[in-house]
Design a binder for this molecule. Structure first.
Ligand code: PBG
Length: 327
């Protein structure tokens, strides 16, 4: 009788062997917690389509940031939900706007313990819900929007944001924001470009989280799910325009794009496990169909395997706790 020459199972025989053979590792500092803060409420509001997540008050946001820092999470990404909206999203670059106020509050709370980051996009602040300003005909006006992003960038940097997440998908936004920041003396403010950001239904629960005013869709600026090469092209353009970090979003459905982008650029590459991905795990776990912790851990590891240096996930604080337990 002949024996198998190759026995890959040999490296799976026990937990210590498997641990030593792991190709990929996930640590709390590679996780970033996205968090919502809403203007004008006195108690946090649960987001029904995102179990465990809420629209924070300034106070509860401070506590969430402190907990994340305590758990060893690498950063917190802030999203503002204003109580008043208008056509140009005036609240976005108003120093007393909710996102800018919240940024200063979080920095006051956690100091430099974690990286405090802000979403740079107009959709939460416009009364039509689009990521930019509109032409008279109702189309999203790319170049007029760039001026708004430049103003928003300076307001966020003045509020103390360490890192700006450019999620609007306007052409040329990275270059315009970099110029504006440098011109205002913020040459150390980091730019994360949401380079390959795809349109589609995975952002569904997020729309509830920010009380989105959008009717229609974002298909004239966010990318078509059918395109992988175009995702790499967008990432290369952002690097050329001065992005410090590029991101692929959503995450799990686009791991191929993530791996392609990783191979094409030499800056850090991040992934965003978006609201729909998070809520699918929560919903299936609630039904008892999957194990929540194991599924979440497998998903986060998949991002690392595909090449992500860090991951935005609504489960960041909790997952950081699991990872510490595992050590
Ligand atoms: C734009 C923005 C969105 C998300 C992050 N930044 C909404 C959108 O593009 O429609 C979605 C994140 C998620 O679904 O978790 N401000």
């Amino acid at each position: 009788m002949s024996f198998p020459t190759h026995r890959p199972r040999r490296l799976r025989t026990s937990a210590p062997v498997r641990r030593l053979m792991r190709e990929t590792h996930l640590v709390p500092s590679q996780l970033v917690l996205p968090a919502f803060v809403r203007e004008g409420i006195d108690a946090p509001q649960p987001i029904s389509s995102m179990p465990g997540q809420q629209q924070h008050t300034l106070d509860s946001l401070r506590r969430a940031a402190a907990e994340a820092a305590e758990a060893g999470v690498g950063g917190i990404m802030l999203f503002g939900v204003p109580s008043v909206r208008d056509a140009i999203g005036s609240g976005a670059d108003d120093p007393t706007g909710i996102l800018n106020v919240a940024t200063s509050a979080v920095i006051e709370e956690v100091g430099d313990a974690i990286v405090v980051q802000t979403d740079l996009c107009l959709d939460e602040f416009t009364d039509h819900g689009h990521c930019g300003v509109l032409t008279a005909g109702g189309a999203v006006d790319n170049d007029a929007t760039l001026d708004r992003y430049a103003a928003m960038a300076i307001a966020q940097a003045e509020a103390g944001s360490h890192l700006l997440g450019l999620s609007g998908m306007m052409d040329g936004q990275t270059a315009v924001v970099r110029q504006a920041l440098d011109g205002a003396g913020f040459s150390d403010t980091i730019i994360l470009a949401y380079s390959a950001k795809y349109a589609g239904a995975f952002y569904g629960p997020f729309r509830e989280a920010v009380d989105s005013q959008l009717t229609g869709d974002r298909r004239t600026y966010q990318m078509d799910a059918a395109n992988a090469r175009e995702g790499v092209r967008e990432a290369l353009l952002d690097v050329e325009e001065g992005a410090d970090i590029v991101m692929v979003k959503p995450g799990l459905p686009y791991l191929d794009v993530l791996a392609d982008v990783r191979a094409a650029v030499d800056v850090p590459v991040w992934a965003y496990q978006v609201s729909g991905e998070y809520s699918m795990i929560e919903a299936a776990a609630e039904k008892g169909w999957i194990d929540r912790r194991a599924t979440m851990t497998d998903s986060l590891l998949a991002f690392r395997r595909a090449g992500a240096d860090a991951i935005l996930t609504y489960a960041a604080t909790e997952a950081a706790g699991w990872l510490r337990e595992d050590i």
